[in-house]
Design a protein around this ligand. Structure first.
Ligand code: KG4
Ligand code: ZN
Length: 357
């Protein structure tokens, strides 16, 4: 079948016959599978989270993660096909997370995607995990329009990007050490909370009293858009050592940690909008699920006439929908490949995908 595609970046409209992309996410501890159709949007998506399996160990065990992806991918592909009432031979392309992430876990998704694409004689498309996060708010209604500023806050990354279109990303600032998610996770661990730490710390903070403890806001006034969170972790370590182990004390500390991280993120996001002269902020990545961050950004940026866009909560953390969607956009740019020689990139800077465009 010949597909004619008219792709308009500004309005993000993709007009063509009908094109279905299967997305496979397996970069860490979540197996996410989804089907995205250019005309109708998301047809179905399914997620298996390995949180319960890894929680026994207090963090992700890479080998166990890989083995679990092996077990989950095919049943979840079957599940989404069934839910969407789509057959394998109706799929036009398969997108998979090529990196960054855990090497073994990425290899499982890449192998499954390329084997399936080869068998079906359709293109496979390697997607940068952060590009998936970055574009995920476009799945929601209302969606932002290009250009916008994106605050990417995941477990491994904290970046501010200017986004002018699909593949047109300019790095404005990033963390020099720990990511915001890592700061949540490490502080949670120091407070004796389980994995994943971010949601657990936020929950404990809900019973905490604001202002009981003052923690540093690293690089708040550095004058640039970079971040640093490792000093915060050290301060939390000192504070937890000096404090008693009462529930209320721990809740007060959790509250202070959350306040400090949210303060820095909100301050820098505001500065990024001021610097670029843009008025739309997109928040993507797991930390974007944090309610205090959402409230603060809505208030701060709303006051200045700006708008903040978030992915649906279910698409904040890792998922297959964002990979299927990014794949569909890349397919529209003719970026699918049929050579099936895949590699994965456990460490992969988003700036590199701009250079290869
Ligand atoms: O994007 P994501 O699911 O995975 C990565 O690509 O890293 O982000 C996971 C991170 C973890 O650090 C987790 O603790 C954090 O997002 N997170 C949160 C919340 N939900 C997830 N941090 C703060 N508050 C939350 N509600
Ligand atoms: Zn992620």
């Amino acid at each position: 079948m010949v597909h004619v595609i008219y792709y308009n970046t500004a309005s993000l409209e993709i007009h063509e016959m009908t094109q279905i992309t299967l997305g496979i996410e397996s970069s860490c501890d979540e197996t996410g599978i989804a089907l995205y159709q250019t005309e109708r949007g998301l047809l179905a998506h399914a997620l298996h989270t390995q949180v319960a399996m890894h929680s026994e160990y207090g963090g992700v065990v890479p080998e166990l993660a890989s083995r679990d992806h092996v077990r989950r991918i095919i049943p979840l592909v079957r599940q989404v096909l069934h839910e969407a009432d789509v057959s394998l031979n109706q799929i036009d392309a398969i997108a998979y997370t090529q990196g960054p992430g855990l090497g073994g876990a990425l290899l499982v998704g890449a192998s499954a995607a390329n084997a399936l694409a080869y068998a079906l004689d359709i293109p496979s498309i390697g997607i940068h995990h952060l590009e998936g996060h970055l574009l995920s708010p476009l799945l929601s209604d209302p969606a932002p329009e290009f250009p916008f500023v994106a605050l990417l806050v995941s477990g491994g990354h904290t970046q501010l990007m200017r986004v002018d279109g699909v593949g047109q990303y300019t790095l404005l600032g990033e963390t020099l050490d720990d990511a915001a998610g890592e700061a949540f996770d490490k502080s949670a661990k120091l407070l004796g909370l389980g994995y994943p730490g971010g949601p657990a710390l936020a929950q404990l903070a809900a019973t905490g009293r604001t202002g009981q403890y003052k923690l540093p806001r690293p690089m708040l006034h550095s004058g640039d858009l970079d971040f640093s969170f490792s000093g915060l972790k050290t301060a939390v370590l000192t504070l937890t050592k000096q404090s008693d182990d009462e529930k209320q004390t721990r809740a007060d500390i959790a509250c202070a940690v959350q306040e400090a991280i949210v303060d820095v993120l909100a301050h820098k996001a505001r500065a990024a909008l001021a610097q670029t002269g843009l008025n739309q902020l997109v928040v993507a990545g797991g930390v974007g699920a944090n309610q205090l961050l959402r409230n603060r950004l809505n208030e701060d940026i709303g006051k200045r006439g700006g708008t903040v866009f978030y992915p649906d909560l279910q698409f904040c953390t890792d998922n297959g929908a964002m990979i299927a969607f990014a794949g569909a956009l890349r397919l529209a740019q003719q970026q699918g490949r049929k050579d099936y020689r895949f590699n994965v990139k456990p460490r992969w800077n988003l700036a590199e995908i701009i250079e290869t465009n």
